[in-house]
Design a protein around this ligand. Sequence first.
Ligand code: DP6
Length: 324
Amino acid sequence: MPFETATAVSCANIALIKYWGNRDEKLRLPVNGSISMNLDGLVARTQVTFSQGFDHDSLILNTQAVSGEPLKRVTRFLNLVRDLAGFKQYANIISENNFPTDAGIASSAAAFAALSLAATRAIGLDLSEKQLSLLARRGSGSACRSIPGGFVEWKAGLDESDSYAFSFAPPDYWDLVDCIAVVEANPKLIGSTEGHRLANTSPLQVARIQDTTRRLDLCRHAILSRDFDALATIIELDSNLMHSVMMTSTPPLFYWAPATVELMKAVPLLRKEGLPVCYTVDAGPNVHVLCTSDAADLVIKRLNNFPKVNQVLYAKPGAPTRLV
Ligand code: DP6
């Protein structure tokens, strides 16, 4: 029986200007553009095998068989790939993240980016980076940003075929490091997909969206000119804006733990002391503390001094999604 297999590796990414809210949920067309950095070394490795011998799709994630809604989400995604290829076979997927699953790093971005490349190759398609990004977006919005490498922008776009991500600076453009302070927290109750649905219930979302072009311009410019202070100002504002929307949604979403707030207050003080350091927080309690690589050892040391910080993960700007 013929088997068609491919394996891909993809980095997670951290949004510096956040995606929060969809204008079309099914197509995952975002209400606003976003900017991110791929996270080197924090990867999903995904193997996809199609075979006539399978009578359903199956998924093994970190050695555990997955069923229910997470498997259905993968099957819906594979249906897009099967439609593109005009191919009917089911797939077996084996995927592993090399970062702790409880670290609260958006694993869906790396997972759907790796799945996009592995599944399309296994099925015999050879898509361009843009086509892969468009496809990955349908699995998880932020996954479209893990397809290209380094510093990446996802355009909100005009329509389905125009909303994709591209790299505007390669990984070695700027020696930034993301030190991820993993804090004590309960498992999160509301995932991003559900959160995006609530975004419009906040009266603050309109103002956040209206101001997006300005924030994107400032962030892109700060990266291209390697201006750390400008980056710090804009990404902390953007993170606080997104969390303001979350906290004023109906029902309200509070992703922060007490330790999150402690760190958000401490990081700007470290910056006042002269350390090039700033924070951003995704839909969870962990704090992504960005700094320049020369400051990383000291920053990691200072973060480890916080009793509620369980561990600090470390990532430089990462490469594009690739076959292995
Ligand atoms: C807060 O891409 O995880 O991390 O499309 O439903 O999978 P789905 O959502 P997802 O949302 C990411 C939200 C965020 C901000 C960001 O990464 O831009």
